[in-house]
Design a protein around this ligand. Structure first.
Ligand SMILES: *Cc1c(COP(=O)(O)O)cnc(C)c1O
Length: 306
């Protein structure tokens, strides 16, 4: 029973005075739209985690995330499609009422358990995981974000249906770099992957991406890089400038959100304006989704742009 969502997404061209002037061809793979309930990169990160759980005979899956987690949302919906019970360990207090991300998860049958930040911090701790296995008797545990080797393996399939398109650079937002690693591992020929980091820091993801590439048997791949300039303050931090950019971009082209796709396109537009891509570059950006989470952020964004 693998009721997989359809994964062929459309590719759209962005025409703007900025791309015209620089001679860069910017196209966007609309993963945010490939399926109404299971869009974005998170399904790809779950795909092999779910098949592994099934092979090991589990019918219940547990994972971790925050209140706006795109990962938990995708797990709830994918679990429902594939007949798994799903359990979420969520950082912090239960919001009342539930936000739309969590309400969707509950509607899909997910059990929510809210834990304090200090308990949540133990999510990689072996003893804590063992106690969860006992508490929920026989659960398959997927790490936060679906960030493991099986997650990256699933992401190596994101671009497969589009290998007949020509692209020199594939750009995508990076939280942990797991998606980037999968994409880089799959790239044909001379194409390169460019990640835009959404968290503040300097080169902290490079080691993790290298580790995943080694585990995916392409340890010699140097076809990727991460740009750390466009976090605008840190994870889920949104500057006024970014808020304005997201609003204008969403009106002109298609909806983006400020956490991932907003920073990706903000960064790309800055790089294109600064002439960082040679004329004639075929740039393919991946819209990794996350539009469900935006529902809870709209009011804050409106305040920043009013
Ligand atoms: C989780 C997420 C990412 C980041 O994926 P990583 O594999 O952690 O780098 C990017 N975009 C969206 C919309 C996400 O939900």
């Amino acid at each position: 029973m693998t009721a997989e969502p359809p994964v062929k997404a459309v590719i759209e061209t962005i025409c703007s005075p900025i791309t015209d002037k620089s001679g860069v061809n910017l196209r966007v793979l609309r993963l945010d739209q490939c399926c109404p309930d299971l869009s974005g990169n998170k399904w790809f990160k779950l795909k092999y985690n779910l098949s592994e759980a099934r092979e090991q005979g589990f019918s219940r899956i547990l994972s971790f995330g925050g209140c706006y987690s795109n990962h938990l949302h995708a797990l709830a919906l994918a679990g429902k499609r594939q007949g798994f019970e799903t359990i979420a360990i969520i950082r912090g207090e239960q919001p009342a009422p539930l936000n739309e991300t969590l309400q969707d998860a509950v509607d899909a049958g997910m059990q929510l358990h809210f834990v304090s930040r200090s308990v949540y911090r133990r999510r990689y701790d072996h003893d804590f995981l063992t106690s969860l296995e006992q508490q929920f008797c026989s659960v398959y545990i997927v790490p936060e974000g679906g960030n493991n080797l099986l997650g990256a393996k699933g992401c190596s399939e994101i671009l497969q249906p589009y290998f007949d398109e020509s692209f020199d650079i594939v750009a995508l937002p990076c939280g942990t770099g797991n998606t980037l690693a999968g994409v880089a591992a799959s790239l044909p020929g001379q194409a390169r992957a460019l990640g835009v980091a959404v968290l503040k820091g300097e080169s902290f993801l490079n080691k993790d991406v290298k580790g995943l590439l080694t585990a995916l048997n392409v340890s010699d791949y140097q076809n990727w890089q991460i740009d750390y300039r466009f976090h605008t303050g840190g994870y889920a931090k949104c500057s006024k400038e970014l808020a304005h950019f997201v609003k204008t971009f969403s009106c002109t082209y298609f909806p983006i959100e400020p956490i991932y796709s907003g920073k990706l396109f903000f960064g790309l537009f800055e790089m294109i304006k600064a002439g960082e891509f040679v004329r004639g570059t075929e740039l393919l950006a991946i819209h990794t989704g996350g539009m469900k989470g935006l529902r809870g952020m709209q009011a804050g964004l409106d305040r920043l742009t009013s």
